[in-house]
Design a protein around this ligand. Structure first.
Ligand SMILES: Nc1nc2c(c(=O)[nH]1)N[C@H]1C(S)=C(S)[C@@H](COP(=O)(O)O)O[C@H]1N2
Ligand SMILES: [Mo]
Length: 299
């Protein structure tokens, strides 16, 4: 597959660790001097380094395994991920049960270092390994009537304590408009730091849409459907006022119960200041997808 897009955050651009630590110490010093709570200006955030693998694997949201941040790391090992197949259905030329290997066959796995911003106002930087969703969709052949892509997570009640307790409705479902799904930033990730995805991060394959709040990035996918109507999305069903279908990261549209203007970087340390949240999470290239849409109305 042709490489159609170049990441703006590559290893080469990442802040050298010494410099980063140094800056953190400076900021900590500022904080101690009375600037506690002030956000870093956007320019200071331009260079980011990925979070350590331990952060990424131990601070998770995966409600199938419980609602605590440490529940997924504790419980997800029980999830059975081999063999894995994905049901592809709806408005496609090649519907059916695809093995993960067949779906990935011939596609280029790339590293994408992305900002990851949870709607709860914490963030990380994650070096994903994955393929462009557009390449997978090209393979299954999208029919012209298709307008949206719907996704569904595996349900294994015997292995998933959160499913047994029905902490939210399952299966977890999500969706994207077709043009969002086709955008080169949108990937299906199968690894992190060059290693197979840990189960708590959504093994063996999960969606990553870096300009949207984290809950759009559905884990452990077993169904992909091409549909005409906007599909249901789990958090949108639970509380449509608080979690819109689009859920683009937007510092100017607050959650009804908290501000979205700033975020807490996981691993930043006790005195690290909050960072400014960036429009579209720092991916302005997606703005054209929403031209003419009121982003406060379609949140
Ligand atoms: N199936 C499923 N996918 C999910 C979730 C979930 O509970 N179940 N949580 C979402 C939320 S709220 C976030 S922030 C991210 C967290 O991904 P991470 O744990 O890999 O950082 O996964 C998203 N995908
Ligand atoms: Mo989230």
């Amino acid at each position: 597959m042709a490489h159609r897009w170049t990441n703006d955050l590559t290893r080469a651009d990442a802040t050298p660790r010494a410099l980063w630590l140094n800056r953190r110490q400076i900021m900590a010093g500022l904080a101690a001097g009375g600037a506690v709570g002030s956000a870093l200006p956007a320019a200071a955030q331009a260079a980011l380094e990925p979070n350590p693998i331990e952060d990424i694997r131990t601070y998770n949201n995966f409600y199938e395994f419980g609602t605590g941040k440490d529940d997924p790391a504790r419980n997800a090992d029980a999830m059975v991920i081999e063999p894995w197949s994905i049901e592809v259905d709806g408005l496609v030329d090649n519907p059916g049960t695809w093995s993960l290997a067949d779906l990935m066959d011939g596609l280029t796995v790339e590293e994408r270092i992305y900002r990851f911003r949870c709607v709860e106002a914490w963030s990380m930087v994650v070096p994903w390994n994955g393929v462009e969703l557009a390449d997978v969709l090209a393979k299954v052949g999208v029919n012209p009537e298709a307008k949206f892509v719907a996704f569904e997570t595996v349900v294994q009640p015997e292995n998933m304590p959160g499913v047994r307790r029905q902490v939210i409705p399952f299966p977890y479902v999500e969706g994207l408009r077709l043009d969002e799904a086709m955008h080169p930033l949108t990937i299906l990730a199968t690894g992190i730091y060059g290693e197979p995805m840990a189960k708590q991060n959504g093994a063996p394959i999960r969606l990553v849409v870096p300009w949207k709040y984290g809950f759009k990035s559905i884990k452990s996918i077993v169904r992909i459907s091409l549909v005409e109507e906007e599909p249901p999305a789990t958090w949108n069903i639970i509380n449509p006022r608080e979690y819109g279908f689009y859920s683009n990261v937007n510092p100017e549209v607050d959650h009804p119960r908290w501000s979205q203007a700033t975020e807490r970087r996981i691993g930043g340390g006790l005195f690290s200041p909050r960072q400014d949240t960036l429009m579209f999470n720092g991916y302005p290239e997606v703005a054209s997808l929403y031209e003419g849409m009121d982003l406060a109305e379609f949140y």
